[in-house]
Design a protein around this ligand. Structure first.
Ligand code: SAM
Length: 292
């Protein structure tokens, strides 16, 4: 076990996790600005992007890049800097580091090396969207981005369909119609949905309605900007969580197939989730099909 006293004297430097605006520059806190100015080094997802923010606030701190393609070889270097007593501020392009963004591996490495990890509060698109959605704000389930491949996305949506909590998703503009179409097919067109667009920016918009209505809207309007999708929780899920756990294997496969997944993809998913041989799930499913 480990006890971190964030603001006591340490032999090492501190890793600060610094949120940045999700659109509106005025959303950066005084404390975030002070941290950006005072750390020895900023580890940024995209140094050119962060440089614009630093220039705007006349901050001259040196930067190094830290993103999803270089984190493995950057972490030892950054931990070495922290162990030598220097402080680092980690930022992503927008919002909270580590939330659908780079960061978590650096946090884990710093904790493992007994380096204090200090988070600063600030904007995160999912939470900002949630509080104005009009949907039940808690409990909520933050999922972030869905898988890109259709089969995997449909399988994930089939699981999300049963959740009682409000579900929060991130999606890129060029994939919004694809994802909402799958959502309508799997979850149905009647479920309440809210889509928040361009939060904190000039063209901020909230679309509140049923999944079917919102799909219709995005199909007939230009899809530009950044989006958070929120799905109202399922007030009458098909199965309780404990029933779901004990649902027989074949029924579990059939349920996914009924939700639109191809049999082989459903078999693969159930085998993976239950840590079974894929062949044995395949045999059980097809045997029962032949009998019926
Ligand atoms: N770390 C960020 C956070 O804390 O929210 C999320 C970064 S993730 C790479 C980018 C996604 O967040 C976008 O595709 C979009 O789904 C969502 N997002 C970010 N800024 C947004 C905004 N201003 N309005 C709506 N959604 C936004």
């Amino acid at each position: 076990m480990q006890v971190q006293k964030s603001f006591e004297q340490h032999q090492t430097g501190t890793l600060y996790l610094i949120p940045t605006p999700i659109g509106n520059l005025q959303d950066i806190s005084q404390r975030a600005l002070a941290a950006l100015a005072e750390v020895d080094l900023i580890a940024a997802e995209d140094t050119r992007h962060t440089q614009q923010l630093l220039n705007h606030f006349e901050i001259t701190t040196k930067q190094t890049s830290f993103h999803e393609h270089n984190w493995q070889h950057k972490i030892p270097e950054l931990i070495g800097i922290l162990q030598a007593g220097q402080s680092i501020g980690q930022v992503s392009d927008a919002g909270m580091p580590s939330i659908s963004d780079p960061g978590k591996e650096l946090v884990a490495a710093a904790i493992a090396a007994d380096i204090p990890v200090v988070p600063l509060p600030g904007p995160s698109a999912g939470i900002v969207a949630l509080i104005a959605s009009g949907l039940v704000p808690q409990p909520f389930y933050f999922h972030g981005f869905l898988p890109r491949k259709k089969n995997e996305q449909v399988a994930e949506l089939a699981k999300l369909k049963e959740r009682r909590e409000t579900v929060i998703l991130y999606e890129a503009p060029h994939r919004l119609i694809f994802t909402l179409s799958n959502l309508v097919k799997v979850i149905g067109s009647d479920r309440s949905l809210v889509v928040a667009r361009e939060l904190t920016k000039r063209y901020e918009e909230f679309l509140r309605g049923t999944a079917g209505e919102i799909l219709g809207w995005v199909q007939s309007h230009p899809v530009r900007g950044e989006f958070v999708i929120m799905i109202a929780g399922n007030s009458a899920p098909d199965v309780t969580e404990s029933e779901e756990e004990i649902l027989p294997v074949v029924e579990a496969v059939e349920q996914l197939v009924a939700q639109g997944l191809k049999p082989n993809a459903a078999i693969k998913q159930i085998a993976r989730e239950r840590q079974l041989e894929r062949q044995s799930v395949y045999r059980a499913y097809h045997q029962l099909e032949e009998e019926s």
